[in-house]
Design a protein around this ligand. Structure first.
Ligand SMILES: [Zn+2]
Ligand SMILES: [Zn+2]
Length: 284
């Protein structure tokens, strides 16, 4: 069965049962919905940075198996990304950053192109079997990947996720929360970071960006702490290109990395282990 029929069936079932008119959490106030939306989009951001980026792509941290499954489910439901493809494309970005072979370079493709087609650029590059074979040969392709996450990668975001939101929050709030989430990952977490962390020049761009390390690419750190907060540290991008194998994406005390805060907590809870941190000359 194709993606569209499955998605339609799931959403229609939720509607037919009238769950959206009798939600599990009826009539929450506006600020409650704002808080819930924030928690949900941050859950997707944390899952991507912790699992896809730091753990799988760079092997800078390892999580216990049950927690990996929690992150995989969250990524499937909220982003639709296939782990092997994301890792392959991201790993290719590092050695070729800001060169022609870079899968998402604002230097050659333009800033707005990278923002607008954030996720499509991953899918386009991942369609090249050489990219997968070269950069993701060590990434498992297990039973759940073969039967669910790979063939039905979009069923989570277009079927199950909206159905769940309608069920829990009702028609209008559920729909709005889903729309925000669908906007958030491709355009903010992927497009914004990939575009603006590589397009503001090696000398920095006024109050917007700066560089700690003289890396051969055009990567910069974005100044505003709010960007780092909302992307879980991913906009400290120059730090990351200087030390890609480090689980911590920050150098100076003034920089924040909520992804690292989560790793520290998960280590304390014995959920994270084998944590690698780079020795950085800018650490204070
Ligand atoms: Zn980069
Ligand atoms: Zn990376």
């Amino acid at each position: 069965m194709g993606l569209l029929p499955i998605s339609v069936i799931l959403v229609a079932t939720a509607l037919l049962l009238k769950t959206s008119w009798f939600p599990v959490f009826p009539g929450l106030g506006f600020w409650w919905y704002v808080a819930i939306t924030f928690v949900l989009v941050m859950a997707s951001t944390f899952s991507a940075t912790l699992y896809l980026h730091r753990s799988l792509a760079h092997k800078s941290v390892t999580f216990v198996v049950w927690f990996e499954h929690v992150l995989r489910i969250c990524i499937w439901l909220t982003t639709g990304m296939r782990r092997r493809e994301w890792v392959a494309v991201h790993r290719k970005h590092h050695p070729f950053a800001d060169r022609k072979e870079d899968p998402h370079t604002p230097a050659f493709q333009g800033v707005w192109h990278v923002v607008r087609y954030g996720l499509q650029l991953y899918r386009k590059e991942a369609a090249n079997p050489n990219t997968i074979a070269t950069y993701a040969h060590d990434i498992p392709f297990d039973w759940i990947d073969r039967r669910l996450y790979h063939p039905f990668s979009n069923v989570g975001i277009f079927g199950i996720l909206p159905a769940l939101y309608l069920l829990f929050f009702g028609s209008l709030p559920g729909f709005v929360i889903w729309i925000v989430q669908m906007f958030w990952f491709p355009y903010v977490v992927v497009g914004f970071v990939n575009a603006f962390s590589h397009s503001l020049g090696k000398k920095g761009f006024g109050f917007l960006s700066y560089r700690n390390h003289n890396t051969p690419d055009l990567s910069v750190n974005l100044w505003f702490w709010l960007f780092s907060f909302l992307t879980c540290g991913e906009t400290n991008h120059n730090c990351h290109h200087a030390h890609p194998a480090s689980a911590q994406i920050k150098c100076r005390r003034s920089e924040i990395d909520p992804g690292w805060w989560a790793i520290v907590l998960l280590k304390y809870l014995r959920i994270a282990r084998d944590i690698k941190i780079a020795k950085c000359e800018y650490s204070e």
